[in-house]
Design a protein around this ligand. Structure first.
Ligand code: URA
Ligand code: SF4
Length: 211
């Protein structure tokens, strides 16, 4: 894939970024998605949350984390003492990956490593605009986007890790990144209550790091 770099505007804020992303053809995912879903939240947010890619509802609404995973995430943030309205939410990949339909249901699957690499310039642009102090990486796709293929959620979740030196070439890089599971994995879990509490305790570590 050519990657998103050529579509990322040199100037402007989040609205300019959102408009420009609608034109992106940095990989093949734009073809079947309704729209590009870029990040949302306060421009001065101290914390950025990075998920995987828009799901069905996000693809239709044009906003990240508005579906079931987002609702669970908001409850977890709240339980961890983080105000959901004060965080910036985005995804490693900005287009839904459509895989056909089954009846009324639209099927999708996770992005490949190549999609994540192609879409990286949008995440870098968001980090440049928001300059968060910390970043929470939700699940292995987001973790690998920042820490590479060796990243493992099970090993690194709940730990405050130094932001990788030079990643994204940011003038004001985040101080740290904290990996945890993706909220969808809690929705799929056979022991939802336990896994929800584990997500909350990881987010509480991020809350402490910001305090
Ligand atoms: N899952 C994600 O990773 N991101 C969203 O925006 C919604 C669901
Ligand atoms: Fe561009 Fe990212 Fe969409 Fe691919 S997924 S077309 S790189 S915005």
């Amino acid at each position: 894939y050519p990657g998103a770099e050529a579509w990322v505007p040199r100037r402007g804020g989040l609205p300019a970024l959102r408009r420009a992303a609608q034109e992106c053809e940095g990989c093949d995912l734009h073809a079947h998605a309704t729209q590009a879903v870029v990040g949302a939240g306060p421009r001065d947010a101290a914390l950025m949350l990075v998920g995987e890619q828009p799901g069905d509802q996000e693809d239709l609404a044009g906003e990240p984390f508005v579906g079931p995973a987002g609702k669970l995430l908001d409850r977890a943030l709240d339980a961890a003492g983080l105000d959901p309205d004060l965080v910036f939410r985005t995804n490693a990949v900005k287009h839904f990956r459509w895989e056909g339909t089954r009846g009324k249901q639209r099927l999708h699957k996770g992005p490949s490593r190549l999609h994540v690499a192609a879409c990286g310039p949008w995440l870098v642009a968001e980090l440049r605009l928001v300059s968060p102090r910390g970043v929470v990486l939700l699940g292995s796709t987001a973790g690998q986007a920042v820490f590479g293929a060796d990243f493992r959620v099970t090993r690194d979740r709940g730990r405050v890790l130094d932001w990788p030196e030079g990643w994204g070439g940011l003038a004001e890089p985040p101080a740290w990144a904290l990996p945890t599971v993706h909220p969808s994995s809690v929705l799929r879990s056979r022991d939802r209550d336990t896994d929800f509490e584990l997500l909350v305790s990881d987010l509480a570590v991020a809350a402490d790091a910001l305090a």
